[in-house]
Design a protein around this ligand. Structure first.
Ligand code: SF4
Ligand code: SF4
Length: 369
């Protein structure tokens, strides 16, 4: 914390480049002014970090190569360590994470000879169980001994500053995976990707979108309908050119035309869900969403995060790339339905039962939908 604070205090030139695009900083001032006036003993000072989306845009645009996003995460961590963290506003997200990790909802399926797993995260299995199965089956045609793991990467706790809890829980999962011979993880969720890349020592991490693109899945699944779309890049992958290129390749292979928004790739904007800001400042969260809506205009947004899809869909039509790939007819006829809570919980349990049969079936990739 001290290093991050001093670094910003000493080197921020107050140029305003980060403030210009950030809803949070436009209320609070430059990171330099925040760091200069910061009182480490004041819970109120540290608490402002919970209104930062941790989206990383400030870090991406800073000409001095400073990392204000890191400072705000450190402020959250210090606030929690000082015993001032109030979990009341975050009850829902903490319960969601706890449920995802529970023995009822988590499941590890490793077929014979498995060294690679598909880790779909929490949201896709609940909202799109049939598509999750289709993704696994496509991947297993490419990797015959592919495993399947239902569990939570614990990103919510990571971003809330619950560092000790996060390290214990993620560490246990990592030890289990590496102890069972897993060397490679295929992710679908940008937050899972971020967590595994940052903390998954001993594992190589690739998104399913890269695998699908490398194997021409977009061309295989292409239909006759094409439209003009924009891509919303999720914040955790703003610096990941390979994934961004793969997603654009898939969308193009499907036959659609991409029109880039002003903020895309490295300078993408938060969808409003980042950092769990919506639980403490719903208005600010909504303002982030509205910025995306304005840049999208009349075009449909395509993204590769289930959380972004759900948040942005509240203000502008937004489609998850996996729906565009595997349910294109429903997308194009505007008949796409996505499960909502409480049915998402039931879906996750039913998916687990289904995957227990598919994963351990030697012909699992070819089981009918
Ligand atoms: S991480 Fe995002 S929300 Fe937080 S200060 Fe930087 S640009 Fe603003
Ligand atoms: S872009 Fe960098 S130097 Fe400029 S105000 Fe933001 S943190 Fe300071």
């Amino acid at each position: 914390m001290e290093f991050a604070l001093e670094n910003i205090r000493d080197y921020c030139t107050d140029c305003g480049a980060c403030v210009e695009s950030c809803k949070f900083l436009s209320q609070q001032g430059t990171p330099g002014s925040i760091a200069t006036g910061f009182d480490g003993n004041s819970p109120l000072h540290r608490k402002i970090a919970y209104v930062c989306s941790l989206c990383g845009l400030c870090t991406a645009v800073c000409p001095e190569k400073l990392d204000p996003c890191r400072l705000f995460l450190e402020m959250r961590r210090q606030h929690l360590e000082a015993g001032h963290f109030d979990r009341t506003p975050y009850r829902t997200i903490i319960a969601y994470e706890t449920r995802g990790r529970s023995s009822l909802f988590s499941w590890y399926g490793l077929p014979q000879g498995c060294d690679t797993i598909f880790f779909p995260g929490c949201t896709l299995p609940g909202t799109r169980p049939a598509v999750t199965v289709q993704m696994y089956q496509q991947l297993r045609r490419i990797i015959p001994s592919l495993g399947f793991v239902l569990d939570c990467c614990t990103n919510p706790s990571h971003d809330l500053g619950r560092t000790a809890y996060f390290q214990t829980v993620f560490g246990e999962m990592l030890d289990w995976l590496t102890g069972h011979g897993i060397r490679s993880v295929l992710t679908a969720c940008p937050n899972c990707t971020k967590i595994f890349r940052q903390y998954g020592q001993g594992l190589t991490v690739q998104t399913v979108y890269e695998i699908f693109h490398n194997h021409g899945i977009g061309r295989i699944l292409a239909g006759n309908i094409s439209c003009e779309v924009s891509i919303h890049d999720p914040c955790p992958l703003r610096n990941d050119l390979q994934v961004q290129t793969a997603v654009r390749g898939l969308v193009s292979d499907l036959g659609h035309t991409i029109v880039e928004m002003k903020h895309h790739k490295k300078t993408t904007l938060c969808c409003g869900e980042g950092g769990s800001v919506g639980f403490v400042d719903p208005q600010l969260s909504h303002e982030w969403r509205t910025l995306r809506q304005q840049e999208a205009g009349t075009r449909k947004l395509i993204t590769y995060c289930a959380g972004c899809t759900s948040f942005l869909n509240q203000v502008t039509p937004t489609v998850h790339i996996v729906d565009l790939l595997f349910r294109s007819a429903a997308v194009c006829s505007n008949n796409l339905t996505v499960a909502q809570a409480p049915f998402t919980h039931l879906n996750r349990l039913l998916l687990q039962q289904r995957m227990k049969k598919i994963v351990h079936d030697p012909n699992g990739s070819f089981s009918s939908g």
